[in-house]
Design a protein around this ligand. Structure first.
Ligand code: 13P
Length: 258
């Protein structure tokens, strides 16, 4: 199933980087480059304190905002947390759930990721559920089992219409921030597996085939063109390179002109 008949989605995950001044410069540069992007959906994913700034600066542009995380509960006494409805309120379109840094560094379990996905859908946000294996898991043949364990609690809680909104991101942990991008074969094999897993577990074969699945992990201006040529890949989740305006624009062009 080719993904190339629908516009790709390119998201810049800024992680815990930025300031009012650097964000404004980056977004101004992106806005200036939009005309060259082609047919692609672009979103930026700033830290929470800068979402409102980004949403305001992008208000008249087709670039949307994505949040990096959200609370697994809807409202109440959860000091330090941010709810899905707050993110929707300030204009976010997408939200990440289960980024490997959340899973690995902050203890987000797959059940918690499922609850976050539920909250996102309830608030009208599009959840992007991230999955990915470590190098150790890959080396002992546990890639598929790891991805299944990460995704199954989320799939169990979704209706057919929820599933149609869901986006997945395959981000092998060993490729994040390392410069070691996965090979075309590794990406294609995993994306086939994820579609089969979704189809087998939900029975929604057609939805599984057309579901958007992003790749993330050391995407940069140089490798974006061959990644954009992979028919299975619906777009990319870009970390480090999304902080460099020229590089991120080049990645957007690669996917917009595929
Ligand atoms: P890098 O592009 O820096 O490897 O990060 C990938 C990532 O984690 C995006 O969410």
């Amino acid at each position: 199933m080719t993904q190339q008949h629908v516009p790709a989605l390119v998201i810049g995950n800024w992680k815990m980087n930025g300031s009012l001044a650097t964000n404004a410069a980056l977004l101004e540069s992106l806005r200036g480059d939009i005309a060259s992007f082609g047919n692609v959906h672009v979103s930026v994913c700033p830290p929470f304190p800068y979402l409102a700034q980004s949403a305001a600066l992008l208000a008249k542009s087709p670039i949307s905002c994505t949040a990096q995380n959200l609370c697994h509960e809807a409202i109440g006494a959860y000091t330090g947390e941010v709810s899905a409805s707050m993110l929707a309120d300030i204009g976010c379109r997408y939200v990440l759930a289960g980024h490997s840094e959340r899973r690995g560094l902050f203890g987000d379990s797959s059940e918690r990721v499922a609850a976050k996905t539920r909250q996102a859908l309830n608030a009208g946000l599009i959840p992007i559920v991230c999955v990915g294996e470590t190098l150790a898991q890959r080396e002992i043949g546990l890639t598929e089992a790891t991805l299944a364990a990460q995704l199954l609690p989320t799939l169990a809680g979704l209706s057919a219409s929820d599933l149609e909104k869901l986006i997945l991101a395959y981000e092998p942990v060993w490729a994040i921030g390392t410069g070691h991008v996965a090979t075309a074969e590794q990406i294609t094999t995993v994306l086939h597996y994820l579609r089969k897993l979704v189809a087998d577990k939900t029975g929604a074969t057609k939805v599984a085939q057309s579901m958007r699945i992003l790749y993330g992990g050391s995407v940069n201006a140089a490798n974006a063109s061959w990644l954009a040529d992979l028919p299975e890949v619906s777009g990319v989740l870009v970390g480090g390179a999304s902080l460099k305006a020229e590089d991120f624009s080049e990645i957007c062009r690669s996917f917009g002109q595929r």
